[in-house]
Design a protein around this ligand. Structure first.
Ligand code: GUE
Length: 307
């Protein structure tokens, strides 16, 4: 291949260190929370409520790290744990209670919910000013509209774009492919990139030959939930890869008996891409940082209104 004048030949992609970037952002949040507390003479404290239904191990782990993140940032966390057998009405009652609680600025209902519950009905019950997950249909709808801004942007897509921006990867005018069309990652990620003037293609489980599109992409956001789905030779050399996938694969050499891999085959992709996020340590930590950031934003709005 011809070498472009002045360009460094790179045999390994640069790692985008999500853990470090998230830590920086958490520091920024901590400082801002402290400033708010001081300005209010100690009367104001941001608060996040986390609702967990059922006993899924992974959900329990995520909820624990969200609460720990709050604690470190100086955000008060509230929590309600309900059993798997809880009724939809019981969950709705908890949501309504937090909607009415002025100490709570953000409400998160951990997904997935047990299958006997109507997820959308519960998400829609969260008051729009407290929807720090950005999952309320009104927030998703506003995200899709030109000239409108959602109250909150979903944490994982927001964190993915933040990783690009904080790594000085240009988005405007670039071609981006999002792999996956879920309501909580793929679709909002595509809308966010489009808002930043990328030309966006979404490929999904019914796309024949997704590699055809991925080969043209300057930016790839992989969020299809299939381990190692995106192969190294599908990538345009030098592209930026944001890997949202968190897939557990059996690994008897690990203490836990498994290891986490992304939706991108990292060993192959690292040889082709210009920048790439690792799994773990990439998008995951950013999701929590964005949740804290959204909670702080919601709290600041409430504080300004209450002054
Ligand atoms: N209402 C709702 N909001 C969510 O934001 C939400 C949810 N439900 N349900 C589940 C998914 C998943 N999710 C993650 C958060 C942090 C990491 C994370 O910090 N991962 C670390 C560590 C992973 C590990 O070692 O277990 C990493 O990737 O480096 C991952 C995944 C939030 N989710």
């Amino acid at each position: 291949m011809d070498k472009v004048e002045g360009e460094q030949e790179q045999d390994q992609a640069q790692l985008i260190d999500g853990k470090a970037i998230a830590e920086t952002i958490r520091g920024e949040i901590r400082d801002e929370v402290a400033r708010l507390k001081e300005e209010s003479g100690g009367r104001f404290e941001p608060g996040l409520a986390v609702v967990l239904v059922g006993e899924r191990k992974d959900s329990q782990t995520y909820v624990r790290s969200k609460k720990k993140g709050c604690e470190e940032a100086g955000i008060k966390s509230f929590g309600t744990d309900l059993p798997e057998t809880a009724t939809e009405e019981e969950v709705l009652a908890v949501v309504r209670e937090y909607n009415a609680d002025p100490r709570v600025h953000g409400i998160l209902v951990q997904l997935p919910l047990p299958s006997h519950m109507d997820e959308e009905k519960i998400l829609m019950a969260i008051s729009i000013e407290k929807d720090v997950d950005g999952f309320h249909p009104e927030n998703i709808g506003k995200l899709a509209m030109r000239g409108r801004d959602p109250d909150f942007v979903c944490c994982t897509p927001k964190g993915s774009v933040e990783l690009l921006e904080r790594s000085n990867i240009p988005i405007a005018g670039k071609s981006a492919v999002v792999v996956g069309r879920s309501n909580i990652v793929g679709t909002p990620a595509a809308m966010l990139l489009q808002r930043r003037n990328a030309t966006v293609t979404v490929v999904h489980s019914r796309t024949p030959n997704p590699e055809k599109y991925i080969r043209e992409a300057d930016i790839v956001i992989a969020a299809c939930g299939v381990a190692n789905f995106v192969r190294g030779d599908w990538l345009k050399p030098g592209c930026a890869v944001i890997d949202v996938g968190i897939n557990a694969v059996d690994d008897p050499t690990k203490k836990r008996g498994y290891r986490l891999v992304g939706d991108v085959c990292f060993e192959e992709a690292v040889k082709v891409a210009g920048q790439i996020t690792p799994v773990p340590g990439g998008v995951g930590p950013m999701t929590i940082a964005m949740l804290l950031q959204n909670t702080l934003e919601g709290a600041k709005k409430a504080y300004e209104q209450g002054k």
